[in-house]
Design a protein around this ligand. Sequence first.
Ligand SMILES: C[S@@+](CC[C@H](N)C(=O)[O-])C[C@H]1O[C@@H](n2cnc3c(N)ncnc32)[C@H](O)[C@@H]1O
Length: 203
Amino acid sequence: MRVAVAALLALVAVDAGATGRLDAYIAELESADRGAWQQPEKVIATLHLRRGMVIADIGAGTGYFARRFAGAIGPKGRVIALDVDGDMLEELRRRALDAKNVDTRTVAPDDPALAPRSVDLVFVCNTGHHLPDRVRYYGKLRRALRPGGRLVLIDFYKRTLPLGPPVAEKVSRAQTLREAGAAGFRLRASHAFLPYQYFLELE
Ligand SMILES: C[S@@+](CC[C@H](N)C(=O)[O-])C[C@H]1O[C@@H](n2cnc3c(N)ncnc32)[C@H](O)[C@@H]1O
């Protein structure tokens, strides 16, 4: 009996720890301070989104960008918000209750499982370092793009910054360009207004 109670308490403690970690992660992604450095409105204005577009947001998290895309592309557009973490997507759905043009999909770490030629823009923000075998992954993203489609990569510069993952885990701008190039992408535009992140548009 004592063993069973101890096991139950341990399980509850692990669960509470996981919940606490998720809450902290969500709070970080949605922090009020983030707007100052992430500048989502300026990022979105830079992308010149069209109404009716289909956007895939890879590693959408809480939907910090996906929710804003949903407004920018209008009711005939579609945001496909992909994440490996179903709890994150649940949080996204909770925050995007009014957005009828957002689909959420839980995906495997190595496969966005997007249909060929189905998407106008693939957006990956602060998620590149999580992706396994990025060249292969970017190849899959390339096949999902419609003719004229774009891949947008935003990620932290590989240097010491007040936020983001540890330097060792960051993927540099140069490496990202090399990997995307190996998958067949070429740089279309590079935007330098974000203080902590590179912002690349590839085609
Ligand atoms: C740092 S958060 C960024 C969230 C969002 N893009 C943003 O900018 O607020 C990284 C997200 O990527 C997700 N993720 C990690 N590995 C992934 C993978 N292989 N495929 C898709 N999503 C992944 C995580 O669950 C997490 O929600």
